[in-house]
Every structure is written in C-alpha cells, then in structure tokens.
Design a protein around this ligand. Structure first.
Ligand code: THU
Length: 142
C-alpha cells in the first residue's frame, strides 16, 4: 500500500485519541493504536491491564479484535503511539504477540506499521517487523 501523508497523520492522530482510554494502573504506560481497514473504517484500540497481569491486552490487539469481531478482516495499516504517563517517550514498536496477530490477517509485503512520537513518524512493512513468521501457510499439507 502507498500511504499518503494525510492518511498517515490522520492515523497517528487517531492513535493519540485512542491512547486517552488506556487502562494502565500497573505500568502507567499508555498505548494507543488506530487500525485502518480496507473498507476505510478506522478501529481505535488501547491497552487494557489487569491485576492478574497476564490478561493484559495490548492496544494493537484491542484494535484488531474490535474489527475482526465485527466481521472486518482486511487491513491496510496501523498507527501506534505509546509512552509513560506524563512523559514524552519515543517510538513504541508492537510486541511480538501483536506482530503475530497482524500476520494472521495482513499481507506482510503490503501492511504498514506507523510508529508515531510527537511529530515524528517511522513506517515499516509487516515483513520487516516479523521476518520468517509462522502463518497459516505452515499448517497446509506439503
Ligand atoms: N503494550 C501495548 O499496548 N502494545 C505494545 O506493543 C507494547 C506493550 C502495553 C502492554 C502493557 O499494558 C504496557 O504496554 C506495558 O508493557
């Protein structure tokens, strides 16, 4: 996908809006994501923590699961922002589990991951964030 500046900036702004809802009483690290579906809809996601820690859901997966649970499974790009509360912070790259979820639904050559921090952005193809990933292709008989 070719990402124009307007779309990129819109997605980063949506990710910052999503970040406002982050539920982070344990880490104080709030993350926001904005996932652009091929049908043009943007799904916002935030991280949601838990006293038992392991049920914590990352912002990226929240956005994906919102979309997939509504029957939407084709995506163009995701923007991600994250920082400790009250701090500026740098780029917040998706964790390995979130990259794996992206690989389930997205074309590794086409799907773009936009990292935002203030007015800085950096864009990666999924294949560069998850090289040699395990996918449904591996489960097919040879
Ligand atoms: N987190 C995300 O939401 N996305 C990432 O890609 C990295 C980590 C969240 C999980 C947890 O709530 C907090 O950041 C600190 O790890």
């Amino acid at each position: 996908m070719k990402l124009d500046e307007t779309t990129k900036n819109m997605l980063v702004a949506e990710a910052y809006e999503a970040q406002k809802a982050a539920y982070v009483p344990y880490s104080n690290f709030s993350v926001g994501a904005a996932l652009l579906a091929k049908n043009g809809t943007v799904y916002r996601g935030c991280n949601i923590e838990n006293a038992s820690y392991s049920p914590t859901n990352c912002a990226e997966r929240t956005a994906f699961f919102k979309a997939v649970s509504e029957g939407v499974t084709e995506f163009e790009a995701i923007a991600v922002v994250g920082n400790k509360k009250g701090e500026k912070g740098g780029f917040c790259a998706p964790c390995g589990v979130c990259r794996q979820v992206m690989a389930e639904f997205c074309d590794p050559d086409e799907f773009l991951i936009i990292l935002g921090a203030g007015d800085k952005t950096s864009v990666y193809a999924l294949k560069d964030m998850l090289p040699l990933g395990f996918t449904n292709e591996n489960l097919k008989s040879s």
